[in-house]
Design a protein around this ligand. Structure first.
Ligand SMILES: NC(=O)c1ccc[n+]([C@@H]2O[C@H](COP(=O)([O-])OP(=O)(O)OC[C@H]3O[C@@H](n4cnc5c(N)ncnc54)[C@H](O)[C@@H]3O)[C@@H](O)[C@H]2O)c1
Length: 393
């Protein structure tokens, strides 16, 4: 562990980094920061289903030490102790939040608890990595962004798929123009459970689709429609376990997600159709995650002006090589890198906010039985100029 003087030095370097950023000499300082090799001491809150995956990956990241874990359930603490010998365990998350020996907090608790834990962590000067979705409301997301900026701390949301080799490859393919104009994006994300006590299937699974869609296409939806059903109820719990979401864009592109906790099989499959080529992305097919089909339709006139012919073009099938590194490992590395250098995370507070706003629009439509909601992207409209200057948040 670094001593007090080392930590003060680290803090000084970090402050210098932010100051230099404004002066445009940030690169030089970044090299200095990496050179002094500051170790980031991390505390993880929530050791249920996903928390252990975060701990397993964080302990592998150079420059990161998981020094403490918290979970209300002591059996969950016991279950993850083997992942690192040096972790102090507690059932009271406030101990981690208040600790002077922790630089960053990673939050993997139910969605309804994200805001309070993240707010308290930022207020005590911690950098924060939160599981998806960032918060339960966009007002809460704004508050965390404001705090992170004020305290000059990193706020990152774990939109895991963005860090996968497959989505990075898809981004490359789409941005190269290989697919042509994108006509549609169609995603199916199903399995049996896991039912969440505090949210419906939309808030559990659709953050993945909204984050991948907005990351890949970088354009703003105009209308969102959602419908769903709640066949499973218990003890007053009645939330949608099946939902269908349609997202429309100004240019005519359409996206559709089917999210479902009541499927006998697990599916994570997305189709992206372009004017030139089409892609099938199957996250579970590890050897062939992305298949690019050189297929399309062409409309030709045969000379008779009243008769157009649709021609079907079929070419090769390409299965590109995809980086097999676990997405969560890349996400954890990226978080630690941002803490050490002051870089802005790819999935920063604004990326988290955008997904929360889309979820809110979908939920409002769900409540109105599938009536379309206009999506006004306040994230971009109101705050983009400020955002482009911000370093964290
Ligand atoms: N990125 C992904 O692919 C992915 C996958 C699954 C879950 N998640 C996210 O991870 C988060 C947790 O989901 P999960 O499935 O692991 O839930 P879970 O219920 O299995 O685990 C949550 C744990 O948090 C603990 N907890 C709750 N409140 C606490 C508090 N105030 N202090 C300390 N501990 C507390 C619970 O005891 C439980 O052990 C959610 O935000 C979920 O959306 C992300």
């Amino acid at each position: 562990m670094l001593n007090r003087r080392d930590r003060d030095y680290g803090e000084w370097i970090s402050n210098l980094c932010f100051a230099q950023f404004r002066c445009g000499r940030r690169k030089v300082v970044k090299i200095m920061v990496e050179a002094v090799n500051i170790t980031v001491r991390v505390g993880v809150i929530g050791c249920g289903y996903w928390g252990p995956n975060l701990i397993r990956n964080l302990v592998k990241v150079p420059g990161c030490r998981v020094v403490a874990i918290a979970d209300e359930r002591s059996d969950r603490l016991e279950a993850v102790r083997h992942l690192s010998g040096e972790m102090k365990a507690t059932t009271d998350a406030r101990e981690l939040v208040a600790s002077d020996s922790i630089d960053a907090i990673v939050i993997a608790t139910p969605i309804s608890t994200h805001f309070d834990l993240a707010k308290a962590s930022l207020e005590t000067g911690k950098h924060v990595l939160i599981e998806k979705p960032l918060t339960r409301t966009s007002a809460q997301a704004w508050e965390l962004i404001r705090l992170a900026r004020e305290r000059r701390r990193v706020l990152m949301v774990d939109h895991t798929f963005i860090y996968s080799g497959a989505v990075r490859k898809l981004q490359e393919v789409i941005h190269s123009g290989e697919l042509g104009d994108i006509y549609y994006y169609d995603s199916v994300r199903l399995n049996l459970g896991l039912f969440q006590p505090d949210v419906n299937v939309l808030w559990d699974l659709a953050p993945h689709d909204f984050s991948v869609l907005t990351h890949l296409l970088n354009k703003t939806p105009t209308r969102i429609t959602a419908s769903g059903s709640s066949p499973v109820t218990w003890n007053g719990w009645k939330r949608e376990s099946i939902a269908y979401v349609t997202v429309e864009f100004d240019d005519g592109m359409i996206a559709h997600f089917h999210v479902n906790w009541l499927s006998p099989v697990k599916l994570r499959r997305t189709l992206i159709g372009g004017s030139r080529k089409m892609v099938v992305y199957d996250h579970l097919d590890t050897d062939n995650q992305i298949k690019i089909y050189d297929k399309s339709v062409e409309v030709r006139s045969d000379g008779d002006r009243y008769k157009a012919l649709v021609q079907y073009r079929t070419g090769d099938l390409l299965v590109p090589k995809v980086d097999p590194t676990e997405a969560l490992e890349t996400a954890c590395k990226h978080f630690i890198h941002c803490v050490r250098t002051g870089d802005r995370p790819i999935t920063d507070g604004y990326a988290g906010l955008r997904v929360v706003e889309l979820l809110e629009a979908a939920e409002r439509s769900l409540m109105l039985n599938g009536t379309a909601r206009t999506y006004e992207e306040q994230t971009v409209k109101r705050f983009l100029p400020e955002h482009s200057r911000a370093q964290t948040g």
